[in-house]
Design a protein around this ligand. Structure first.
Ligand code: TYD
Length: 394
């Protein structure tokens, strides 16, 4: 066994399985959420995984376009790509509702989105989208229809796919020798620094570090040539990757990133054990804060019923006794209940109830955007509660 388990986040439901009024009393599928480190590659992953079909199907609720932060980030990247790489055609793995590909001409993009309910959105607008899982078979089909691809992009998707060998072999099939692969995912270093243990749930099979990703890519003759640090999702890395045979210059950012990760101790198990201790403390402190507020008979609600908050709520045993309801802008989550903890999710309609003084930030990763939007709540003395980097009232 090369894997060492360092964190146990308890019994958890599937993070995006929001309950309906009808099925709220049905037994939920649950699993032990353990997180482990591979001693050989330093890849951090969750131990128990589920088949893609269980998680990414016709009922998937997540929409990339729901946040301005995301749509603006995609827009900026699209403009950069057009200028720097001038690709003939772009393939996106995990195109969701088209938030990224909408920045390009329809005949210049191919989108892969296995969740049929979401792929429908881009198909209706006449984009070349495939409602299929990314695989060698699909890569061959695309190669036949469109030829070699010179730019492949994938945001917050590769970390959701268990079989990385299949992912990168398929990429190798369609990527041209001069082509560029850009992937972005939450950074393990930032996750450990900010104690955002809620990055771990059934869909986030991996949280990548540069060190680990490089070890995986090597097997497939792929190489990182540049890394951009992003604020997205609490700190992400955007990796620019090329085929090893391609002579593109390797930017300093790669060695700087690896050095920072090494200095933080990402190759030492003790670093992960210390993180696990901080997580335990985080649970205690968050509950202390919530209990104190409830003792004073104050109302607490949640903002953003994120998949991430499923981990927090279930790990910390937070239910309706502490958080009365969540507000969320996603239609497919509204009038449903949080998985496991059964907290109602209500429609956000620009107004926060006058009686609410405290809001738990489920969507902490969009803090800036939310604070801008909720100026009047803050003005009237309303407070946000966060768990990162440590639980506190902001
Ligand atoms: P996100 O953090 O992107 O992902 P995940 O579910 O993978 O953890 O989800 C953000 C959620 O927060 C999404 O359900 C939309 C919601 N949201 C709001 O309700 N209001 C907002 O202003 C923002 C930015 C997000």
């Amino acid at each position: 066994m090369t894997k060492i388990t360092f964190l146990n986040l308890g019994n958890q439901p599937l993070a995006n399985n929001y309950l309906t009024k009808k099925n709220i009393n049905r037994k939920e599928k649950k699993y032990q959420l353990n997180v482990c480190l591979d001693k050989k590659t330093y890849l951090v992953s969750i131990k128990k995984t589920f088949p893609s079909k269980t998680m990414f199907n016709n009922k998937y609720p997540y929409r990339s376009s729901m946040s301005k932060t995301m749509t603006q980030s995609f827009k900026r990247l699209a403009s950069d790509i057009k200028k720097k790489f001038k690709p003939n055609i772009i393939l996106e793995i995990g195109s969701n509702d088209g938030a990224f590909i909408k920045n390009f001409k329809k005949n210049k993009t191919i989108g892969i989105e296995p969740c049929g309910n979401i792929e429908k959105i881009t198909k209706k607008l006449n984009y070349n989208t495939f409602s299929e899982y990314w695989s060698k078979k699909l890569a061959k089909k695309i190669l036949k229809k469109f030829g070699k691809i010179d730019l492949i992009y994938s945001a917050n998707t590769i970390s959701h796919i268990k079989d990385l060998k299949e992912v990168f072999t398929a990429i190798d099939i369609v990527l041209s020798d001069e082509g560029v692969l850009i992937i972005e995912d939450p950074s393990l270093l930032e996750c450990l620094k900010k104690n955002t243990y809620d990055q771990f749930y059934n869909e986030h099979i991996y949280v990548f570090s540069t060190i680990a990703l490089e070890n995986i890519l090597k097997i497939h003759n792929l190489e990182i040539f540049k890394i951009e640090k992003l604020d997205i999702h609490g700190g992400s890395n955007r990796y620019f990757i090329k085929k090893s045979i391609n002579k593109r210059r390797i930017n300093n950012s790669v060695s700087i990133n690896k050095k920072n990760e090494n200095n933080f101790g990402l190759k030492k198990i003790n670093t992960y054990r210390k993180f696990a201790n901080r997580v335990k403390l985080s649970k205690l402190t968050l509950n202390k804060i919530l209990n104190k507020i409830k003792k004073n008979n104050q109302k607490i609600i949640g903002y953003g019923a994120t998949a991430k908050s499923t981990t927090i709520l279930n790990y910390c045993n937070i239910d309706v006794k502490k958080i009365e309801y969540f507000l969320d802008t996603t239609k497919d989550k509204q009038n449903k209940f949080t998985p496991g903890t059964k907290i109602p999710i209500l429609k956000y309609n620009n107004l926060i109830d006058e009686n609410v003084k405290y809001i738990f930030l489920g969507a902490w990763n969009f803090k800036k955007e939310i604070f801008k939007k909720e100026k009047s709540f803050i003005k009237r003395g309303g407070k946000f509660i966060t768990h990162t980097p440590f639980p506190r009232i902001l």
